[in-house]
Design a binder for this molecule. Sequence first.
Ligand SMILES: Cc1cc2nc3c(=O)[nH]c(=O)nc-3n(C[C@H](O)[C@H](O)[C@H](O)COP(=O)(O)O)c2cc1C
Length: 186
Amino acid sequence: MNKKICILNGSPRSNGNTKALIADFIKGAEAAGNETVCFDLQKMNIHGCLGCCGGGKDAASPCVQKDDMEKVYPVYKDADVIVLASPMYYWGISGQLKCAFDRLFAVAELTANYENPKKDCILLMAAEGDSESNFAPVRAFYEGLVSHLGWNNLGIIYAGGNMEAGDVLKKPEQLEKAGALGRSIV
Ligand SMILES: Cc1cc2nc3c(=O)[nH]c(=O)nc-3n(C[C@H](O)[C@H](O)[C@H](O)COP(=O)(O)O)c2cc1C
């Protein structure tokens, strides 16, 4: 059966390395018959979580803040696979992605036990550093997140050695890994 894939792109650079990884991932995923929706979070009006714990009252619009997360919620709820795509910023994910992800708490608030819907998930990340030790803090964050949410990790693409926008285009092996991960979703 085809899968619905929701991509949260936390890179502010529309011609950047994260976006190039996403493009090849989408090509692969759609070639395998899946449906993709990509949210370029930088272009959207998405505010940080207020921590009010007042959401979860309306399944169609679960957060008290009415901004562009209204576009993300229905796609997130329908999706089988969530892709977290981000440049590495200070050994973490970008603020754009963190803001959007925190706001998914409003969906968990729809349930008595604050449970997020179960999903498969993927991490796509571009970074300047190209070592496992450089990636370790993000790996720990991502694996902890996935474990706590009870999600299922389908794969991680860590594309290191990329600083300037478009550097990854000179590394076809990294793009091919993103494409192959997309094609593997069935
Ligand atoms: C604010 C900022 C913080 C960054 N922090 C890191 C870092 O901690 N480790 C690293 O390897 N690269 C870091 N980088 C480099 C980016 O991860 C790298 O340029 C990446 O390819 C950007 O992806 P993009 O082209 O999708 O924007 C940082 C870049 C910026 C602008």
